[in-house]
Design a protein around this ligand. Structure first.
Ligand code: SF4
Ligand code: SF4
Length: 341
């Protein structure tokens, strides 16, 4: 670890890209500060509890890695540091070990959260499409763990868009790909493969983000919506971790007026489990995102990660706004007339 942490030349160019530093203005809650803490931990100069406190506050957005001129692999260092500290605390550990791969339990928990108004309402389900007569390829859609319960139609919408483009799409695993465990510093054997609907998961080996697949399939003849202004928000794990800009997917739909938010590439504060583990800080980080969406005058926000969709939706509803939050796949399915029955 020290070899890696020494790649940091302490220039501070990453500081203003860091959402927790922008909110807290504490060096220890900046990328540079956390790197120094990881170094001190490795050399036995820091208290584990102190290092853990500041690592726990890191949302894992990788904005720092994207702007670092020295190529410091911060994401890898963070995961390694969390692993050294023994992984997450009891509650997230129990969730990751005993809940995340139990679909029935997840369905009950999301149902209860829905009744309490904590997650978006459930739309009427749409059926999975039949394969086209002579498919150009067969693909699997990785259903994931929480996504099918939060956004139940998203996988079928993706399958319908892919079928429209000539692919035979089959259902993949409805289990965690391991991204949540990896980010928390817990070992997990991933067997995920196929197309991922979540930018936060598509960095997992074996998965490819659906936006990446669809970007290569443009244009989409006939994709048309009544005129609508759509705010684009780039999920951190798509733009920073994979360098994929999915905004052109919106530009490929006639009738969409895309507004890229001033802080489109800034974290919304969701960060997988982060919104539940650091709710106060996650809310502070989200404030700017919600304010920018409201100021944009958009009726719809598009973002390509279910965790971000949920967190932004919650922020907008708390602000009294009924702006719709969707995945670009949903907009595309709607624009192609594939979103119903
Ligand atoms: S992580 Fe990179 S950008 Fe940040 S202080 Fe270190 S060298 Fe500079
Ligand atoms: S990953 Fe995000 S929150 Fe964590 S140090 Fe880097 S910029 Fe800050």
């Amino acid at each position: 670890m020290p070899d890696v942490t020494r790649a940091c030349v302490h220039c501070g160019l990453c500081l203003e890209s860091c959402p927790t530093y922008r909110v807290l203005r504490e060096e220890a809650d900046s990328p540079r500060g956390r790197i120094l803490l990881l170094d001190a931990l490795a050399e036995g100069r820091a208290e584990a509890a102190d290092v853990r406190r500041h690592l726990d506050r890191c949302v894992g957005c990788l904005a720092c890695e994207a702007v670092c001129p020295s190529g410091v692999p911060y994401g890898h260092m963070l995961e390694e540091g969390r692993r050294r500290l023994g992984g997450p605390s009891l509650l997230p550990r129990l969730f990751l070990r005993h809940v995340v791969n139990r679909p029935l339990l997840l369905r009950m928990l999301t149902g209860a959260a829905r009744m309490a108004g904590l997650v978006p309402p459930k739309p009427p389900p749409i059926p999975w499409p039949a394969a086209p007569p002579a498919p150009k390829a067969r693909v699997r859609i990785h259903l994931g763990c929480v996504t099918p319960h939060l956004f139940g139609n998203l996988a079928a919408e993706a399958a319908r868009v892919l079928a429209h483009l000539g692919y035979a799409a089959e259902r993949g695993d409805a289990r965690c790909c391991g991204a949540l465990h990896r980010h928390a510093g817990l070992p997990y054997e991933s067997r995920a493969e196929g197309i991922s609907l979540a930018a936060g998961c598509s960095t997992t080996p074996g998965l490819t983000d659906v936006c990446k697949v669809l970007l290569a399939e443009r244009p989409f003849p006939g994709a048309r919506l009544p005129p609508v202004r759509v705010a684009w928000d780039a999920p951190c794990h798509l733009i920073h971790a994979q360098g994929v800009d999915a905004a052109p997917l919106l530009d490929a739909i006639e009738g969409v007026e895309r507004v890229t938010l001033p802080g489109a590439a800034e974290c919304c504060g969701a960060g997988g489990l982060y919104m539940g583990l650091q709710p106060r800080l996650a809310r502070k980080v989200r404030e700017k995102k919600v304010a920018e969406i409201l100021a944009s005058g958009s009726r719809v926000v598009a973002t390509a990660n279910p965790g971000c969709m949920l967190w932004i939706w919650k922020g907008l509803r708390e602000a009294g706004s009924d702006v719709e939050v969707v995945h670009p796949v949903t907009l595309l399915a709607r624009a192609l007339g594939l979103d119903r029955g």
